[in-house]
Design a protein around this ligand. Structure first.
Ligand code: NAI
Ligand code: MG
Length: 488
């Protein structure tokens, strides 16, 4: 059979458009703050635009909350905590949380579409990963609400009080669920601040919470920017701060709460290693690498952004990766065939492009898929770099985009040392068909999560969190519940 030309190969992968319909979604033009069970205007009267990064078009106006609004929300949360939520029978609390989960499930399609529009992530992921996992977190923690004494046997279990929760833009609804569900199950009340570029699904969640009939003030959503988040961190009547975002802001938060009684959990950045040993099933490994770094445009705190390949299979793996990259579909996030959607914001695209330039200047070899990026919107082609050293900036710093660095190694000891040689320690992946090698590596890699022959798998039962500058505290599972209780 004649060898196919590049054009013919490309044509195999050209699909007809299959956009998910957005007719069924309900969005308002303007969103106020959700405080004390009501939609209230921001004290300053200010609103800002949230837009669709795939088109750069405005979707809605969003209230810009300030310290006065935060104060109102914290007071409402305190009142609800004292008078209602902490006093309620745990089995009653559970019913409310189950109800939230069920309404989310009913509205799953709407939530998935809105998530794509506001964040640029692809519908396949929002529909199959973000939204079902978010629902599952509510189901899972609802189950614990009336079993806290079994979760922590032989200990007195008490709630903490009011939790201030600040979340990022990469998994907007899922992060809201990770934070709100365990807090409520343990009897705490909440003030949540979504990221400035992706507030819509948290606001939809507030509508769902309202519909579920939660007592006023149990969950409050205050939208805004970094100063709104800082107002939550600095509020005197907050008992716990839960933050997911950049290491820089994580450090600021830690400084701000030093010497106070506030508890803190921080889930910060990462520069996770994905390691392919020479006995790995290579097709599966390459698919896992693609999933680990190009999934969600690389906007994943645990993205497998540093690939280490054993030297004797490196050429083959790199060739396979390049071939796979050529078949990735970059484009409309709402299209069901799209693999890589839009970069979340103009600023984030500028950051990613800055790192790509640094990589080139450092002398690394760059390879990008030969694809036509959409004319409007913020897009970045999947990119890989080879020929760098451990001290290259692109190997050391978090890029938070679809950019992979590839290094080789000869021995297992060498790769352990290289993989651990980072300020971060959130996740890692190991690809091998040898079980003993898996156990050897998983015990020696300094990372909160180590996946074996898979990547980016999540479950509400399994805790997630980091080492070193990736933060501290765990979310998910019993560990995640523990951050929301006092034990004695
Ligand atoms: P960021 O850390 O500034 O934003 C995360 C959240 O913190 C947002 O809700 C933001 O409004 C809030 N915030 C900002 N400044 C604050 C302050 N002083 N006090 C309290 N809250 C504050 O992250 P940004 O600027 O959006 O992204 C920058 C970089 O951070 C990315 O390029 C990426 O490397 C990393 N990042 C990591 C994430 C993770 O999941 N670990 C998520 C998002 C970003
Ligand atoms: Mg947006």
């Amino acid at each position: 059979m004649a060898k196919k030309t590049e054009k013919e190969i490309k044509n195999i992968w050209t699909y007809d458009p299959a956009p998910e319909s957005s007719d069924h979604i309900q969005l308002k033009d303007k969103y106020d703050l959700y405080i004390d069970g009501k939609w209230v205007k921001p004290e300053s009267g200010k609103y800002y635009d949230t837009s669709n990064p795939a088109s750069t078009k405005k979707i809605a106006s969003i209230a810009y909350g300030n310290d006065k609004d935060v104060d109102k929300a914290v007071r409402a949360a305190r009142k609800a905590y004292k008078n209602v939520w902490s006093k309620m029978e745990p089995s009653e609390r559970a019913k409310y949380i189950f109800r939230i989960a069920r309404i989310m499930q009913e509205r799953a399609r709407e939530l998935a579409v809105i998530e794509c529009m506001d964040s640029g992530k692809v519908i396949r992921e929002a529909r199959d990963v973000d939204v079902p996992l978010a629902c599952n977190h509510f189901f899972y923690y609802a189950g614990w609400a009336d079993k806290l004494e079994y979760a922590f046997p032989n200990q007195k279990v008490e709630s903490i009080g009011v939790a201030g929760q600040i979340i990022p833009w990469n998994f907007p609804l899922l992060m809201a669920a990770w934070k709100i569900a365990p807090a409520l199950a343990a009897g705490n009340t909440v003030v949540l601040k979504p990221a400035e570029t992706t507030p819509l699904t948290a606001l939809k969640l507030a509508e769902i919470i309202h519909e579920a009939g939660l007592p006023a003030g149990v969950v409050n959503v205050v939208t805004g920017f970094g100063d709104t988040g800082a107002a939550i961190v600095n509020h005197h009547d907050i008992d716990k701060i839960a933050f997911t975002g950049s290491t820089g802001v994580g450090k600021l938060i830690q400084r701000a709460v030093a010497g106070t009684n506030k508890r803190v959990t921080l889930e910060l950045g990462g520069k996770s290693a994905n390691i392919i040993l020479d006995d790995a099933p290579l097709d599966q490994a390459v698919e896992g690498i693609v999933n680990g770094i190009f999934f969600n445009q690389g906007h994943v705190c645990c993205a497998g952004s540093r690939l280490f390949v054993q030297e004797n299979v490196a050429d083959r793996v790199i060739q396979m990766l390049k071939a796979r990259m050529e078949t990735l579909v970059v484009g409309d996030p709402l299209d069901k065939n799209t693999d890589i959607g839009a970069i979340n914001s103009k600023e984030q695209l500028a950051t990613i492009n800055k790192y790509i330039e640094i990589g080139k200047k450092e002398g690394a070899d760059m390879y990008q898929s030969h694809i036509n990026l959409p004319k409007s919107g913020y897009y970045c082609a999947p990119t890989l770099f080879t020929n760098m050293s451990q001290s290259s900036v692109i190997v050391k710093e978090e890029i938070f985009g679809p950019v992979l660095t590839i290094q080789t190694f000869r021995t297992i000891d060498e790769v352990i040392q290289k993989a651990n040689n980072t300020e971060y320690g959130l996740a890692a992946g190991v690809w091998t068909s040898n079980g003993a090698r898996i156990f050897n590596l998983t015990t020696k890699l300094k990372a909160g999560v180590v996946w074996a022959n898979t990547y980016n798998r999540f479950d509400p039962v399994s805790p997630f969190g980091g080492y070193k500058e990736s933060g501290f505290g765990r979310e998910g599972g019993l560990h995640g519940l523990k951050s929301y209780v006092k034990l004695s």
